[in-house]
Design a protein around this ligand. Structure first.
Ligand code: ATP
Length: 357
């Protein structure tokens, strides 16, 4: 069953389209991330779902009911926004109880629910502490508990972790995801952090200039991006201009031919094509290894060795490749070293070049 459906949802501000004809279905119980660069329309789209912004045109349906013009306070959705806005003069328990009070939930039911929620966010021992005396991560958890206190059918999160430092942010990503899965609550989260989206989402909606560029499971989008924009935005990639030679081969700058998998999807317009190969798919071999198809001679010009993983920049004639490996896989790799970079045909994807601005 699909819970939330958007049809041709558009929001203009003056002549500018913040959101442009978005069609989307959000399945029940899933966590969906809106991902894209600053200004692509993520927040505006979320605000329209929340009822804080009215679409210029299009419709939003929730559980079979048209809610396009239903005010936010009648939608029964839980929300957590960038600025948390916990009530600073209240304790943890009082903050969590707030939506229950608004709904005039009976006192014993309130007490039971607060205890349950504090257990869920693992802060039962802090019920009476003022929220001003909590860490950033603890405050985030209280904000989430407050948002789900009234058992909303939909949870909307707008960059809820953006104020946290990197380590805490990563820990909270896992916590929110586990909580969401345990409760089975349909959730939409806005983020501009692709790693965050990959960690948390069942489905990612990649947005570009108010439109949906691609929707799919995180790894499907990573492995099979539909465009240069998506390939570039999700993960690191080597994106090289190539000419399509037909019959499963392309020519790189400088004229070297590369075989691509016969199954490679060739973009409709074959005149402006890019070859995408992810760094972890580039195999670094010794320069003394046998030359062969899809093996390119190059020189190591930069190494980022962070212990567990290693990233090498390889200068081939006319273009540069990034290869991700490990110190164990490529012992002795050093700056200035000649190497062979192998691009396995199955890992070479062909994508349409980004439209010229
Ligand atoms: P960010 O990641 O920076 O928050 P975003 O993807 O969430 O960006 P939006 O905040 O949805 O983007 O903005 C989309 C576009 O609409 C931007 O160009 C923005 O300037 C514009 N916009 C948003 N709100 C308004 C408004 N109230 N009035 C005029 N223009 C607006």
């Amino acid at each position: 069953m699909t819970h939330l459906t958007l049809q041709a949802v558009t929001r203009r501000f003056g002549a500018a389209y913040a959101v442009d004809s978005v069609d989307l279905s959000v399945p029940d119980g899933k966590l969906v991330c809106f991902l894209g660069p600053s200004g692509c329309g993520k927040t505006t789209l979320l605000r329209m779902i929340a009822g804080l912004e009215t679409p210029t045109s299009g419709s939003i349906e929730f559980a079979g009911r048209d809610i396009t013009r239903v005010p936010a306070n009648q939608r029964d959705f839980g929300m957590v926004f960038q600025s948390l806005a916990l009530f600073p003069h209240m304790s943890v328990a009082q903050n969590v109880a707030y939506p229950l009070k608004l709904r005039k939930t009976p006192k014993p039911e309130q007490a039971r629910r607060i205890a349950e929620l504090l257990e869920l966010i693992q802060l039962p021992h802090m019920a009476n502490r003022p929220v001003t005396q909590l860490s950033g991560g603890q405050r985030q958890r209280v904000a989430i508990a407050r948002a789900i206190a009234s058992q909303p059918k939909l949870l909307l999160l707008d960059e809820p972790l953006s104020a946290l430092d990197a380590k805490l942010r990563e820990a909270m990503q896992v916590e929110i995801r586990l909580l969401q899965q345990r409760l089975g609550i349909t959730t939409i989260m806005v983020t501009h952090d692709q790693r965050e989206a990959m960690t948390m989402a069942d489905e990612i909606v990649v947005m570009e200039k108010g439109r949906i560029a691609q929707v799919g499971k995180p790894l499907d989008i990573y492995r099979d991006p539909v465009s240069e924009f998506v390939a570039d935005f999700i993960g690191l990639g080597n994106i090289l201009p190539v000419t399509y030679d037909g019959a499963g081969a392309v020519s790189l700058p400088g004229g070297v031919r590369i075989a691509v998998s016969q199954a490679a999807r060739v973009p409709e317009s074959t005149s402006d094509i890019r070859l995408l190969i992810r760094p972890e798919d580039v195999c670094v071999k010794s320069a003394t290894a046998a030359a062969g198809p899809n093996r390119l001679a190059g020189t190591v010009t930069f190494i980022r060795d962070v212990g567990a993983s290693l990233e090498a920049t390889i200068d081939c004639a006319g273009f540069t490749l990034t290869a991700a490996t490990t110190p164990r896989e490529t012992p002795g790799l050093a700056l200035g070293m000649p190497v062979l970079a192998e691009l396995p045909p199955h890992a070479c994807k062909l994508i349409a070049a980004r439209a010229v601005q």
